[in-house]
Design a protein around this ligand. Structure first.
Ligand code: PLP
Length: 383
C-alpha cells in the first residue's frame, strides 16, 4: 500500500487537513495588516501553549536553530556550561556551547537512562564559587525515548543560581512543561513535533533572569537576536521575512490545541504513550526505557526480538502498511526502532499501528500470542 503514509516518527508528524489547506493558500505579504492580525493571535496562543506570561519568539528555522538562538545569545567565551546528556540531543547542546567558546562539562548517562536529581545536586553543591553559568537539559530525549524530570532538575538549578536552558522540542504539547511555574529560564521547541505543522518554525521563551544574562552577552546572534524579536513581537511583526504560510497554518493548529485544552493534549499524549508501552510488552517486545516514570510521551524506543532486525521490521511496516517508524540514531542505529505518538495522533492510529506491528512481527516469526497487543491497546484506550 502507498500514498496513505502514516508518519509514526518523532517528527515531522501528521498534519491535520485544516492546517494543510491553510498552508496551501497563496502567500500574503509579511508586512500586511492581514498578516499582522495572524501574528497577534499566534503570539498570544504560543504563550498559552508554552504556559508562560513571557513572550514566545518564533524563528524561521528548524529546532536546532532555536537551540542556537538560546546559547548564542547567552554565552561569552570562557563561560562554564554544564550539559546534562541523556542522548544525541543533549549532546547537541554541548556542541553548540563549545562552538561559542564555552568551557563545557557533561554529566552523561547510558542510553535510555535519565539524570538523577541527586547527582545534579551533588555537582551543583560542589560549585561553591558559582562558576557554572548555564545548565543545558533535554526534556524528552528523542534519540532514546527517555524523559528527564525537568521540574525537579530546574528547581535545583534555580537554587544554585545558574540558568536552566531546556530543549522542549518533543515535549512542549506532549508533556506538561511549565516554564514560569517550574523556573525554566529558557525553553525552546520546534514546529514539526507537537505543533502539528510541517518543519520550518522554531520557538523560544526566556525568563527575566535569562534576559539579564542576555544583556551581558558580548556578541549576540544577529538572525536570532532576542531584542530584535522582542521588539517585533510587541509590534505583531517579525524582524525578517518569515515562513508566512507555515505561520498561517500554525495559527489554525494553535487554535485546535486551545480548543482541546493544553492539559487535555498532554493527557492524550500520556495515554497514548503508556497504552503503546503496555501493548508492546503484551507482545513480548523489550523497551529501551524500562520504567514508565522515565518514559517520554512523544516517543517509544523498542529493542527488536532476537533474530529479527530493525530494517526488516521497518521495511515490512512501510511496504505492507505504509507506516513509517524511525530507526535508532548513531550508536543505536539498527539496535532500536522508535514509534512516535506525537502531535496529531488519535486512538485509531494507535490501534491500527499496533495491529500492523503484530502482523509484521507474526510474518517475521516473532513468538507471541497474536492479538494480545491489539487487545491491550483497546483495553488501555478504553479506560
Ligand atoms: C529533542 C530534540 N531536540 C532537537 C532537535 C533538533 O531539531 P531539528 O531537527 O528540527 O533541528 C530534535 C529533532 O528531532 C529533537 O527531537
Amino acid at each position: 500500500m502507498n500514498d496513505k503514509t502514516f508518519l509514526m516518527i518523532p517528527g515531522p508528524t501528521p498534519v491535520p487537513e485544516r492546517v494543510l489547506l491553510e498552508i496551501a493558500k497563496h502567500p500574503i505579504g509579511h508586512r500586511s495588516s492581514e498578516f499582522s492580525s495572524i501574528l497577534e493571535e499566534v503570539y498570544a496562543n504560543l504563550k498559552y501553549v508554552f504556559q508562560t506570561k513571557n513572550d514566545v519568539f518564533m524563528y524561521t528555522s528548524s529546532g536546532t536553530g532555536a537551540m542556537c538562538a538560546a546559547l548564542e545569545n547567552l554565552i561569552n567565551e570562557g563561560d562554564k556550561v554544564l550539559s546534562l546528556v541523556i542522548g544525541n540531543f543533549g549532546n547537541r547542546w554541548a556542541k553548540i556551547a563549545e562552538s561559542r567558546g564555552a568551557v563545557v562539562e557533561k554529566i552523561e548517562v547510558q542510553p535510555g537512562e535519565v539524570i538523577d536529581p541527586a547527582v545534579l545536586k551533588k555537582r551543583l553543591d560542589e560549585d561553591i564559587n558559582k562558576e557554572i553559568k548555564i545548565v543545558t537539559l533535554t526534556h524528552s530525549e528523542t534519540s532514546t525515548g527517555a524523559a528527564n524530570d525537568i521540574k525537579a532538575l530546574c528547581a535545583l538549578i534555580k537554587e544554585h543560581g545558574a540558568l536552566s536552558v531546556v530543549d522542549g522540542v518533543t515535549s512542549v504539547c506532549a508533556m506538561p512543561c511549565k516554564p514560569d511555574e517550574w523556573g525554566i529560564d529558557v525553553l525552546i521547541s520546534g514546529s514539526q513535533k507537537g505543533f502539528m505543522i510541517p518543519p520550518g518554525l522554531a520557538f523560544l521563551t526566556a525568563s527575566e533572569k535569562a534576559w539579564k544574562v542576555y544583556e551581558q552577552c558580548k556578541h549576540p546572534s544577529f538572525y536570532f537576536d532576542w531584542a530584535a524579536h522582542k521588539k517585533s513581537v510587541q509590534a505583531n511583526s517579525t524582524p525578517f521575512t518569515p515562513a508566512v504560510n507555515l505561520i498561517a497554518g500554525l495559527n489554525v493548529a494553535l487554535k485546535m490545541i486551545k480548543e482541546e485544552g493544553i492539559e487535555n493534549v498532554n493527557a492524550r499524549h500520556k495515554k497514548h504513550a503508556m497504552a503503546l508501552r503496555k501493548a508492546l510488552k503484551a507482545i513480548n517486545m523489550k523497551l529501551l526505557v524500562e520504567n514508565d516514570e522515565n518514559a517520554s510521551y512523544a516517543i517509544t524506543s523498542i529493542v527488536p526480538p532476537e533474530g529479527i532486525s530493525v530494517p526488516e521490521i521497518r521495511k515490512a511496516l512501510k511496504n505492507d502498511f505504509d507506516i513509517v517508524v524511525a530507526n535508532g540514531q548513531n550508536q543505536l542505529k539498527d539496535k532500536i526502532f522508535r514509534m512516535g505518538t506525537l502531535g496529531f495522533v488519535c486512538d485509531r492510529d494507535l490501534i491500527a499501528s499496533v495491529g500492523a506491528l503484530e502482523a509484521v512481527l507474526y510474518k517475521l516469526g516473532h513468538k507471541f500470542n497474536l492479538g494480545d497487543g491489539v487487545k491491550t491497546i483497546i483495553e488501555e484506550l478504553s479506560k
